[in-house]
Every structure is written in structure tokens, then in C-alpha cells.
Design a protein around this ligand. Sequence first.
Ligand code: PLP
Length: 425
Amino acid sequence: MFNIKNHELYIDQVAVTSLAKKYGTPLYVYSENKIIEQLDTIKSAFLDKYPDTHAAFACKAFCTKYMCRLLEKEGFWLDVVSGGELYTAIKSDFPADRIEFNGNNKSDEELIMALDYGINRFVVDNASELYHLEKLCIDKSVKANVLFRITPEVSANTHDFISTGKKDSKFGIPLDDAILYPLIEAAIKSDVVHFLGFHFHVGSQLHESNTHLSALEVILKLILNTKERFNYTISDFNLGGGFGIKYTDADHPIALTEFIKPLMHRLDTFCASHEIKRPHVSMEPGRYIVGEAGIQLYTIGNIKVIPEVKTYASIDGGMTDNVRPGLYGAKYHALIANKADLEKDTLLDISGKCCESTDILIKGLSVPSPERGDILTVFSTGAYGYSMANNYNKLQIPAVVVVKADEHELIVRRQSYDEMIEREV
Ligand SMILES: Cc1ncc(COP(=O)(O)O)c(C=O)c1O
């Protein structure tokens, strides 16, 4: 995906600085080849290897019409968590029967929108949602497929802020018999929802599958108890997303095929030993599909040297276009695209231009002597960058460009100042 010619960094066959020049900075850039490579890995590690499976892109990672169209073409499903994400899918003509709806507080308006579009399934997060959904289904004389998101009470080995399966999590139905089983029974007996099975998502940026394996044991017990108590065999199980990527040299996530293999093996042996038909299995990765496929470009501006303390290089973006370092200490690697293989002699902290001391994108980055006008390239920014972008300090949301071999296409244009204030009276 990357190579260097004449000290210049290339993404696929396009010089990074030429993109900065043409589209301006800050800029989000994606390699389409890399996205497709990731989708192909999901096909070979999961979809083609195990029958009766599907994979949905957790579109929160990079929700754009471009992604919806690409995923549609590649045969993937879409996992949405809001009316806005669903609207993006609808406007991209994404097939309703390949959409699932997650989220811990779907409003009536969002549920109606999803029912009207006829999406495939809802991942119900709590009791109140089930009852509201049933009411709306009765009003509309439709039936909805539902899975229950279970809080599996496992602690993922990742940053606390992206760990979602712990007992005290805001997500999912608690593992409490008095809450869970009446809800399962209600869904099974309901005339307006069709109970498919269970879902969990234990956290993000996971480097190994041990937490998934622990969560799976919880689900297996539920599958068995549901059969014994209600004589009901679930048809579907969704193992969530969370597969880790490489942000820096410190990241060593195991290969997807290795991540998935023990889970599928355990599920198969469990089902065989209990004479239960193995449920349809789905996953919903976000970061894994787009994370490493994306880079961000910035222009270096002021350089502040504090003698014997540190040197800051300020960039023309920051926590508005990548909030992850400020939000939960996410780490990134970067280099100067126009000095890609020159000797590194300066240690920098890369500071954003927002009026917050926490707006530091990278600490302790080694670079060749930096100058105003250099193009900084930050790697593995394809997930949760554009989708978390905001207008703090009234900074504009940057444009998004997709590189296809030696070509490039603008898929989101930069927000204008007028667009920023057009809703204000
Ligand atoms: C329910 C659910 N599924 C899938 C994902 C995608 O996670 P990741 O991008 O780490 O694969 C998330 C992330 O927040 C999630 O909450």
C-alpha cells in the first residue's frame, strides 16, 4: 500500500503530497485496494470457510455513501446504530434485507424509519426497547427479527473506554435470570417479533480472542437454557466486532483466521454434543475493514521549541478530525511525506490547533528536521476519524479522497464555512 520514491511517500501509486496539493489539508485518504483486501480476508477467514455466516460492516467506523456502495457490491451487510447511519444507507440504496440495527437507545423515530425501510433485524439492547418495538410493529402490522445483545460480563484487554462487555456496561441486557429469561420468553411468544438469538460485542481493538471465547461460553449456556426452558432453538448468533489493527509497532493483533477458528470450533463441538443445529453466525467488524486503509494528511505550521523541554509541531487539524488520542489516549504513527526516508533527527509532539491542552495527536514522534509546509501523514486513521469529526472551534470537516491504484476520487468534499453555519438563525 505504501512505498517511497525520491523521498516522497506514495499511497498505492499516488504521491501523498500531490493529494495534499490538489485537495488541501487536513485530508482523509483511503486506499480502495486495502479496503477490498480486508474484505477479502474476512471472506477467506470466515465467510468462505464456514457455511451459514454473514459479515456486516459496523458503519460507525466510516459511515459514507461510498462505503455503502462498496459493501453492497462486495456482498457485505451493514450494521447501523442511528437514524443518520440508516439514512446514509437508504440514500445509497443499500438493500434493506442486509441491514441490522444496533444501539442502546433507538428512538421511536429511528425504529419507525427502520421498520418502514424493512431492515433485516434489530439487535435489541434492553427490555424497554423490545416492548416499544413490539408496539410499533403492531401499529404497522409488521413483524421484526430480533437478536438480544447480552452483556457477557467479560473484561476485554483494551482501553477501558472501548471495553463494552463488562457487567457494569451501559450496553446490553444484564446476565440476570430474573431480567433475561422473562424477556427471552416474551420474544419467543410474541406474535410481532421473531426471536433469532443472541449478540455480544465485548470491546474494540482486541489483539486476541480470549475475551470472545469467555463471552461465547456465556452464550452457549444461554442457548442451552433457552432450549431446555422454552424448547426453543435459536437460529442466529452474532459475535460482534472488535478485531484489532496495527496502529503502531506496539500492536500485534493475531490474524483474523486465528481469531475466528477457536470460536467456530467451540461452537461446532458444543452444538454437536448437544444435538443442536449450529446457528447462523455473523460478525460486525468496523475498524478491521477500514482502519489501516486510511491515512490523514496535515500541513505542519508553527514549530515551537521549548529549550531543554520539548518541541511542538502544530498541524492544521487536530481533535476535530481525529478525537481518539484526546478521547482515550489512542496512539498513532506518522511521518513527513515529503521527507519520507530522510534521517530522523528531531523529536516532536504533534499538536492540533484546537484550544484544548489535550489536543495532542502524537507524543514523541521522531522526524527529519521539520519545517512549516511539510506534509505530515498519520497512518491507520481510517476508522473513527471522519465519523467522529466535529466542528469544535468551528474547524471545517475535512474532505475524503479514495485512491484507486494510480487514480483518486473525491468522495466527500470539505465542509464550507457556509455549511457550518447554515442551520443557525
Ligand atoms: C455493537 C458494536 N458492534 C461492532 C462494533 C465495531 O467495533 P470495531 O470497529 O472495533 O470492530 C462496535 C464498536 O463500537 C459496536 O459497539
